[in-house]
Write a protein that binds this ligand. Structure first.
Ligand SMILES: C[S@@+](CC[C@H](N)C(=O)[O-])C[C@H]1O[C@@H](n2cnc3c(N)ncnc32)[C@H](O)[C@@H]1O
Length: 280
């Protein structure tokens, strides 16, 4: 089994490597994941002077949207990887959002006092943490009594063709490692009730889960391939190991299969996320 340090080091390397692709495809990624941010923010009851903590902020969402809604408040954006937070800071500047701070730290070891924040968000971060239970107890520790936490994760691959089109094509050419529940992978938290149970174990109440649909929109099947093969962590890792002929066959399969989602000159590939809210 991998140690906490090994998992963090591997995640640092992965996300530092992916950061420039996340910046390149920023507006497509944000359009795709926007409905999830909206759904999460709706349940967090953000006030004008909120002191909010965003975990695994990456390039900044949903933290930056919360900062905009809370002009007299502050949003602390945190992530394990400085390169991702640098993009978040650039995006904040471009959007003239100045009530944010960035802090590099791991979700399972937060450098904040108990009961500091009014609310906590974690969009698509949970699946990458070395110890999901320890991270959850940290979120509850830094949340003030009565404060809310909302997170989101992906549900099963069958409901997420925006990623499974590529992973199925890769699996037809290469042996992929079987997901291990204790190590990071995109669908590690997919089971209904998985995050709710973590929340309840640390004493959070009024825990509710619900599903939110997303759509990845690109102009052509070729653009879909370019985007996914450059920014989706599991695809980037697998394709780096593929021989040239295997890479070509995967490419051809993906283009052929994604054509089913092309209509009126636009490619729209659906997916489903699960949001989970709880109160301290
Ligand atoms: C899929 S991105 C999500 C970014 C952003 N929240 C969003 O939804 O666009 C996952 C992020 O988790 C971060 N991450 C991975 N392991 C982490 C850890 N142990 N603690 C905090 N962040 C971590 C990565 O660096 C990456 O920025």
């Amino acid at each position: 089994m991998s140690t906490t340090k090994e998992i963090r080091d591997a995640q640092r390397l992965t996300w530092a490597g992916l950061s420039s692709s996340w910046e390149k495809w920023d507006s497509d990624i944000m359009d795709q994941l926007g409905p999830v941010a909206t759904a999460m923010i709706d349940r967090l009851e953000i006030g004008k002077d909120q002191f909010h903590l965003d975990i695994a902020s990456g390039t900044g969402e949903p933290g930056l949207s919360i900062a905009k809604m809370s002009p007299d408040g502050t949003v602390v954006l945190t992530d394990l990887v400085g390169e991702m937070l640098d993009i978040a800071a650039r995006r904040a500047c471009a959007q003239e959002i100045f009530n944010i701070e960035t802090v590099i730290c791991s979700a399972d070891e937060l450098p904040f006092d108990d009961a500091t924040f009014d609310s906590v968000s974690v969009r698509f971060g949970y699946m990458f943490f070395p110890d999901v239970a320890k991270a959850t107890s940290e979120f509850a520790r830094v949340l003030r009594p009565g404060g809310r936490i909302c997170s989101s994760v992906w549900i099963k691959p069958e409901e997420n063709p925006w990623t499974s089109i590529v992973t199925q094509a890769i699996a037809s050419e290469m042996l992929l490692a079987q997901p291990n529940p204790d190590t990071p992978s995109m669908f590690r938290c997919a089971a209904p009730g998985y995050i709710s149970a973590l929340y309840e174990e640390v004493g959070l109440h009024d825990v509710v889960e619900w599903e939110v649909g997303v759509e990845l929109v690109t102009q052509t099947p070729g653009e879909y391939w370019e985007m996914i093969s450059e920014h989706l962590s599991l695809a980037v890792a697998a394709l780096a190991q593929a021989s040239e002929p295997a890479w070509e066959r995967i490419h051809e399969k993906v283009i052929a299969n994604v054509k089913a989602f092309e209509k009126n000159g636009v490619v729209r590939v659906p997916g489903i996320a699960r949001c989970i809210v709880g109160t301290k």
